[in-house]
Design a protein around this ligand. Structure first.
Ligand code: NAD
Length: 423
């Protein structure tokens, strides 16, 4: 295994290897694909924010624009103490491949600020967001680069984002960012979209195995936007959710957790999962949760969670990658050898960018859709991409990740061939 304790895992190396392998399988020359192994533009900014006590703190922020071959750069903004250039670069590249695979006319981008938002008051968070917009606003725009929420960035933050950008431009620009509050031009169904997409991916995988969602046992790591919605929808469809976790730790129940009660406890009453108490519910460490026996495991927290150290111990039959990059390439090989089906992030969590695209289209048209229309269109696009990837993986006898990258690279290279070399 190539991961050594001395060399920290760089997810961008994994992406390049995956692209090269896909290109070789497709018979492409370096001329065809080299551009997709390099981000087109990387912006790093430092910006000051006045804290509530009058002190000034300087924060680092990033926006990486990986590719605009298929359309404007698109991707979320993450607030996290671990945000670094390599991580943002990888997240931006994943977006390029995700958009190509799911069939939305976007390129890939991603951004972030190195900050622990839990340490900021709400007014500090608002000032930080507005200062970050000022630092990057010349590089983004509704036809250039369209941010969205990611870890620790909510609809409210997107609202401040669009307000600051619009004040700088002098007119209302709702389409510059997606994942906004409904009152500011957000789309119905966007908050649930990524979790709903994961559920569609799980449902379609089970269907291929001639199984039903009802009665399926599920474990979810991460109980934020993606994780709690996936858990809630699967619970409503009759799945048994054995364990869920957040950054504070996890809870487990052999008979199945009461997910609506947990959602209310965490999201309604603003508690941490570790403080939840109920009959037959036991605490579980995040590391142990990942290796629990279950039908479906949904890692929906951070990257690099399933790695060379724990891959051999994974007992799930299916992994639906709600998070971006939760499995390292080394671990992926082990999972494949063990016969575990991994629906890769660029497919499993593509529901978010799909409904972000719907939001952008609605903003540009100033014509808004019902939630049923949004969910129906999302289901259709997820199923189409899933079935293409499944078919290719069966035909080529490769895992779903390799097939997904092949399919996405085909779309990118084909478009690039029509466009030419330079834009
Ligand atoms: P979020 O901030 O809403 O939730 C993150 C959750 O992960 C929280 O419950 C947090 O407590 C938990 N967490 C953090 N560290 C953890 C750890 N070490 N162990 C267990 N849990 C931990 O973020 P989100 O929007 O749900 O994003 C989660 C993942 O999904 C990220 O990888 C993100 O890039 C990806 N993603 C999100 C979207 C979206 O639309 N929000 C779309 C595509 C992909």
């Amino acid at each position: 295994m190539s991961n050594t304790p001395n060399k920290p895992h760089n997810p961008y190396d994994d992406i390049v290897k995956t692209i090269v392998t896909a290109a070789e399988r497709l018979g492409y020359s370096e001329n065809d694909y080299l551009i997709f192994t390099h981000p087109k533009r990387e912006l790093k900014v430092s910006f000051p924010v006045r804290m509530d006590n009058g002190d000034i703190k300087v924060f680092s922020g990033y926006r990486v624009q990986h590719s605009n071959t298929l359309g404007p750069y698109k991707g979320g903004i993450r607030y996290h103490p671990e945000v670094r250039d390599n991580e943002v670069k990888s997240l931006a590249a994943w977006m390029t491949f995700k958009c190509a695979l799911i069939g939305v006319p976007y390129g890939g981008g991603k951004g972030g600020v190195t900050v622990d938002p839990k340490e900021l008051s709400e007014s500090e968070l608002e000032r930080l967001t507005r200062r970050f917009v000022r630092a990057i606003y010349r590089s983004i725009g509704e036809y250039v680069d369209i941010p969205a929420p990611d870890i620790n960035t909510s609809a409210k933050i997107m609202g401040w984002f669009v307000d600051e950008y619009s004040s700088l431009k002098g007119y209302n620009c709702p389409a510059v960012v997606t994942g906004k509050p409904i009152a500011l031009g957000g789309s119905l169904g966007r908050v649930e979209a990524t979790g709903r997409g994961c559920v569609i991916a799980a449902r379609e995988t089970l269907k291929k195995l001639e199984k039903e969602v009802e009665g399926t046992t599920v474990v979810v790591q991460g109980f934020g936007n993606v994780g709690h919605i996936a858990a809630k929808l699967l619970y409503e469809m009759g799945a048994k959710i054995l364990a869920v976790s957040d950054s504070s730790g996890g809870v487990q129940c052999d008979a199945g957790l009461n997910i609506p009660e947990l959602v209310d406890f965490v999201h309604g009453q603003k508690n941490q999962l570790k403080d939840y108490k109920a009959k037959n519910v036991k605490p579980i460490k995040n590391a142990d949760l990942l290796t629990m026996a279950c039908d479906v495991l949904i890692p929906a927290a951070l990257d690099n969670q399933i790695n060379a150290q724990n891959a051999n111990d994974i007992k799930a039959k299916i992994i639906i990658e709600g998070a971006n990059g939760p499995t390292t390439l080394d671990a992926d090989k082990v999972l494949h050898q063990k016969g575990i089906i991994v629906v890769p992030d660029i497919l499993a969590n593509a529901g978010g960018v799909t409904v972000s695209y719907f939001e952008w289209v609605q903003n540009l048209q100033n014509f808004y859709w019902t939630e049923e229309e949004v969910n129906e269109k999302l289901d259709r696009m997820m199923c189409k991409a899933f079935s293409e990837v499944w078919k290719l993986s069966t035909h080529e006898k490769i895992n779903l990740r390799s097939a997904a990258y092949m399919r996405a690279l085909e779309v990118l290279v084909n478009t690039k061939r029509w466009k030419g070399v330079y834009y």
